[in-house]
Design a protein around this ligand. Structure first.
Ligand code: F6R
Length: 612
């Protein structure tokens, strides 16, 4: 949440900062600001609303300078407003700060600063940090010491970019519990919350670790730990291209990312299940027979869409590997004193690798000596760095706030892990493994085939755009897919929708069904499809319109059951989720398009949830 960017060099900072913020807007977009040092003074501009407002303000009131910091905000303390927007700059423009995260003890520090005569203008926690550094500086500390000392005082999760009026060539970056990278250029350096913000300028990146402070000039990057000892950091070379973070002609990032899924699922599967091997190649992930024999209990923990991908994993591991698995949302798991020991495997799933609750779940598990395997997209993210083992999905940067391609790759990762565990523990034969693997190889072209039927979903979205209540129902794996489908519709179309296990409807929710309801039923699981059909008939009898997603060739789903049918290609039942989810993504996208919502940046949301 919130995006930070910073620059020090010979070029004009404002355009670099504004372009960088554009790439970070997915992290928060309720206000934005920049502060730039013109060699004598710090000047700043802040504007409520989208980055466009800040750009307009900048065009009307240009500021210049070769050192600067910028911020795009997702409000935590204080509503979105000009005054609450960052940077927060102290009186006489001595210290300027941009911040991502939350300062937990800001109230107590604020009291002290108020007593010293500081006059707070905003409702933010960040302003406290600005004045704390300012106070240290005015008491004779150097800029660096003023920052070190302030960081010793504050508690919480944060990343900061900080500049000082009296240090026109110096940028300080601080990180604890919120992402921050340093981009190394030639005669210029950058900081940012995420790589796309600086990729136009450099591919050489340092990942700042928690509790580290970097002092950055145009030619130097010095990183210190919290004891103020210098630390060495290797450079990470970014290999992916900026195009991966651009729309490439699609109307929205979400649509582009939906269309990337065949390639991503193919790459994720082929990396771990190469055609020349009849086993899963987990490479350096330590999950062989010995480790698996030492595991009594598995948890799969995540948030939102990643949690729903985890539910598919739980279902498969239990069904095929016969190991009990508990899935939980990270915000619950972290506070329920879960049963964890060295015989526990915690699988955390996270696109960003920075989700605060998921990261904390990981830390709790590690404290109890549990083994942690992270299924992550963002390379070098906090979760990836702290886990014992990392299973990278190969989805590339996901920019749209609503997660699509990461879900498909996470589910593919669940198939791969399940196949690996089952084969290693002898729960499936080599022949069965090959059967699953060969069918997995077909998934990308089957996704492609569904995407070619995009117009069908466009038509359905237009037909049902005025419904007010949408229910997604299914049984078994279809229920897992229903939950993700419902979330997508809520997120981007702001439509009320719920997901129910189809058999649960009659225990209460069916009371809500009337002729204004739309029920989207997922019916791909052959062993229970007749039960699902009965449930669909029950809602139809009460006036609901029904769209049924089922596999081609299924004659049981007909016009008696469904107003509309969307066919996905035939596959093994266990592999259906990754296919059945695609029409739901398209439906949500086109409903949102019809309703005119801001699809890539839905209201109240942010891509990377680094606060709890
Ligand atoms: C939904 C969505 C969120 C995320 C959740 C976890 O479309 O994007 O529900 O899935 O915030 O985020 P990560 O995967 O980054 O941990």
């Amino acid at each position: 949440m919130c995006g930070i960017v910073g620059y020090v060099g010979k070029n004009q900072a404002p355009s670099i900062l504004l372009n960088g913020l554009e790439k970070l807007e997915y992290r928060g977009y309720d206000s934005a600001g920049i502060a730039v040092h013109d060699g004598v003074n710090i000047n700043f501009l802040k504007a409520k609303g989208r980055l466009e407002n800040l750009k307009k303000l900048y065009e009307e009131n240009p500021i210049t300078g070769t050192l600067g910091i910028g911020h795009t905000r997702w409000a935590t303390h204080g509503a979105p407003s000009d005054v609450n927007a960052h940077p927060h700059v102290s009186d006489d423009n001595i210290i300027g700060v941009v911040h991502n995260g939350i300062i937990e003890n800001y109230m107590e520090i604020k009291e002290e600063l108020l007593a010293k005569g500081y006059n707070f203008k905003s409702e933010t926690d960040t302003e406290t940090v600005t004045y704390l550094i300012d106070d240290n500086y005015k008491n004779g500390m150097s800029f660096e010491d003023a920052v070190f000392s302030a960081v010793d005082r504050i508690e919480g999760a944060y990343a900061f970019g900080i500049i000082c009026r009296d240090e026109p060539g110096k940028l300080i970056a601080v990180r604890k519990g919120a992402p921050l990278i340093i981009g190394k250029g030639e005669g210029e350096n950058f900081i940012a919350s995420d790589i796309p913000a600086i990729l136009h300028h450099t591919r050489e990146v340092y990942f700042l670790e928690d509790n580290e402070i970097a002092v950055i000039t145009e030619n130097t990057v010095d990183i210190y730990n919290k004891d103020r000892q210098p630390v060495h950091r290797d450079i990470f070379h970014v290999t992916w291209d900026i195009e991966a973070a651009e729309k490439n002609g699609f109307a929205h990032f979400m649509l582009k990312e939906i269309h990337e899924q065949p390639r991503i699922v193919r790459e994720t599967i082929l990396k771990r299940m190469p055609e020349d091997k009849n086993f899963v190649d987990l490479d350096d992930i330590k999950l062989g027979k010995e480790e698996l024999d030492n595991i009594d209990r598995i948890y799969i923990v995540a948030c939102g869409t990643a949690y729903y991908a985890g539910l598919v994993g739980k279902y498969l591991i239990e069904k095929i590997c016969r190991i009990p698995v508990v899935s939980d949302v990270a915000s619950e798991f972290r506070y329920k004193d879960p049963i964890l020991d060295e015989r526990t495997l915690l699988i955390v799933v996270s696109q960003s690798g920075e989700t605060a609750d998921t990261l904390e779940a990981l830390r709790i598990a590690k404290k109890h000596n549990a083994r942690v395997l992270a299924i992550v997209n963002a390379v070098g993210s906090s979760i990836a760095r702290e886990a014992d083992d990392v299973f990278y999905i190969l989805a590339g940067p996901e920019i749209a706030v609503a997660s699509t391609k990461a879900y498909s790759a996470q589910v593919a990762a669940m198939y791969i892990l399940t196949a690996h565990i089952a084969l290693t523990l002898g729960k499936i034969s080599e022949k069965e493994f090959e059967e699953i693997r060969d069918e997995m190889y077909q998934l990308p072209s089957k996704i492609e085939y569904i995407l070619q039927k995009e117009n069908e979903e466009k038509r359905l979205a237009a037909k049902y755009k005025d419904v007010h209540n949408v229910f997604y129902i299914g049984r078994g794996l279809d229920y897992m897919v229903s939950q993700e489908g419902s979330l997508k519709l809520k997120e981007i179309a702001y439509l009320h929708s719920e997901a129910y296990a189809a058999g649960e409807l009659k225990h209460g929710p069916i009371a809500m069904i009337d002729d204004n309801s739309l029920v989207i039923a997922i019916a791909t699981q052959n062993d229970i499809i007749e039960k699902t059909i009965s449930n669909i008939k029950e809602v139809r009898a009460r006036g609901a319109k029904t769209i049924v997603i089922t596999m081609e060739g299924n004659k049981m789903i007909n016009s008696e059951v469904a107003d509309d049918i969307f066919y996905i290609p035939k596959t093994l039942d266990i592999l259906a989720p990754v296919l059945a989810n695609i029409p739901n993504q398209l439906f949500a996208y086109y409903v949102a398009l019809n309703l005119g919502t801001d699809i890539d940046k839905p209201r109240n949301l942010a891509k990377s949830v680094t606060v709890e």
